[in-house]
Design a protein. Structure first.
Length: 299
């Protein structure tokens, strides 16, 4: 069912619900990564899942109809995605997990700003209200109680938030032009190459970054690592990015960003159920505000 809001914002209920499903999968990745990232080279680990996803997707899409500009759009978006993920991973080694979560979540606020400059289209009042509610909920979920000053890691994670906001907006513009499977498959090529190059640079150049020491670790290649890579490849990469690219062809970038704010809500729920962590009153209130923001913007 398609609707056209007064502000010109693209909207589709199937696309919105598909992105909710994407955030459920992303929420599980915190549990998986918690078991892996402490003992594996982080950029090489992420690059490995993109390499495998690229091989599977590009093999599966042989013979599908190619559209003009496919390679240009896909490779550019894949590199942009990898730069955002790389900035987040490198920044996280020099700041706290809670600050990383909060600063990354600022992409929800930045997306309508980027969209205004890129598409010259201002979001409607209901969507802006949804952004405000979702941002408040995100802050309650992830704002660090200790706080602390701004450090180099925070700046790198902020760069990640900006890159993700640009990615959301550009994806809204470019994804409708192409077959979702082909578009995702080609993105994986650029993302793999960018992350692998960044990993190699950290290992060989040894810059004065905390991430360089983590990247110098060898792969363990044990059973836990192989299961994690398989899950992250099939579900958290092939599944989520294909669905995201399909959905963003039918949904505005700002609406998509609001829905993506559900990711820490699901992460908190899975941490409570699987790891026995307590959400607390603040966590429940934050999750409720995120859901309220989505309902306001969608309904």
């Amino acid at each position: 069912m398609e609707t056209t809001p007064a502000a010109g914002e693209k909207h589709s209920w199937p696309a919105a619900l598909s992105l909710v499903a994407v955030t459920v999968v992303w929420g599980t990745t915190f549990i998986v990564n918690a078991e892996v990232l402490g003992r594996e080279p982080p950029l090489a680990y992420v690059a490995s899942r993109f390499v495998l996803a690229g091989v599977v997707l590009n093999a599966a899409t042989i013979g599908r109809r190619k559209t003009p500009g496919l390679w240009r759009d896909s490779l550019g978006m894949g590199a942009l995605l990898a730069l955002g993920m790389g900035a987040q991973i490198v920044g996280q080694t020099e700041t706290s997990a809670s600050k990383t979560a909060f600063i990354t979540g600022l992409s929800v606020v930045l997306t309508p700003v980027v969209a205004l400059f890129r598409t010259r289209r201002a979001p409607g009042r209901a969507v802006l209200a949804g952004v405000a509610l979702a941002t408040a909920g995100f802050a309650m979920l992830s704002w660090p109680s200790g706080g602390g000053g701004v450090n180099r890691g925070d700046v790198m994670v902020l760069a990640c938030a900006v890159l993700f906001a640009v990615y959301f907006v550009e994806n809204e513009v470019r994804s409708p032009r192409h077959d979702a499977f082909l578009y995702t498959a080609r993105q994986m090529i650029a993302a793999s190459a960018t992350l692998a190059a960044a990993s190699l640079w950290l290992k060989l150049a040894r810059p004065p970054l905390a991430a360089a020491a983590f990247e110098a670790k060898p792969f363990s290649l044990d059973r836990g690592f192989l299961i994690a890579v398989a899950y992250m490849t099939l579900f958290a990469t092939i599944g989520t990015f294909t669905v995201q690219n399909w959905a963003q062809a039918r949904l505005s970038a700002t609406r998509a960003a609001i829905i993506f704010a559900l990711e820490p809500v699901w992460a908190a729920i899975f941490a409570a159920v699987i790891l026995g962590e307590r959400m607390g009153v603040r966590g429940y209130a934050g999750g409720g505000l995120v859901i309220a923001g989505i309902l306001v913007s969608e309904i």
